[in-house]
Design a protein around this ligand. Structure first.
Ligand code: HEC
Length: 130
């Protein structure tokens, strides 16, 4: 018969599995919640700073300038990497109405607004709420 010194630690380890799962579940729901609030923040910033030119749904051309404000939901924009888009938001595009946001928005805010642009791309113009 195996000695108690093996069985007890094993029972203890088994009894911990539900706890470990509960903690993992809580961690992932915390992460989902954080992402949700980041997206809400991104929407708030977008409405405040970007909607004027890029439009409520991100479809662009809301403000009459040449070249026109980009359709942020278009494949041409959505196919760009996060890095490329973040760079444009940070530094603007020289010779266009797209200004640099590096002084107005923090790193975190630029990331949040970028995630909102991704959300606009996925939601196909449904702006109700992320
Ligand atoms: C005053 C008008 C204006 C505002 C406000 C504005 N943009 Fe733009 N944006 C433009 C224009 C015009 C272009 C297109 C430039 C071009 O054609 O090269 C552009 C381009 C972009 C692009 C690049 C699209 C591509 O084709 O690669 C991104 C990303 C972008 N804007 C994001 C934002 C975000 C995020 C905000 C708010 C923080 C914002 N813009 C605010 C006018 C604006």
């Amino acid at each position: 018969m195996p000695s108690c010194s093996i069985i007890l630690p094993m029972l203890f380890a088994l009894s911990c599995i539900p706890f470990a799962n509960a903690i993992a579940e809580q961690k992932s729901s915390e992460k989902a919640l954080r992402e949700y609030y980041d997206l809400q923040e991104g929407q708030r910033l977008y409405v405040q700073y970007c909607r004027f030119c890029h439009g409520e749904q991100g479809k662009g051309k809301a403000f009459d300038v040449t070249p026109p404000p980009a359709d942020l939901t278009s494949p041409a924009v959505q196919e760009k990497s996060d890095f490329e888009l973040a760079k444009i938001i940070h530094g603007g595009e020289r010779g266009t109405a797209m200004g640099a946001w590096q002084w107005a928005l923090s790193e975190k805010e630029k990331q949040n607004v970028l995630q909102y642009i991704r959300w606009l791309g996925r939601s196909k113009g449904d702006t109700r709420s992320p």
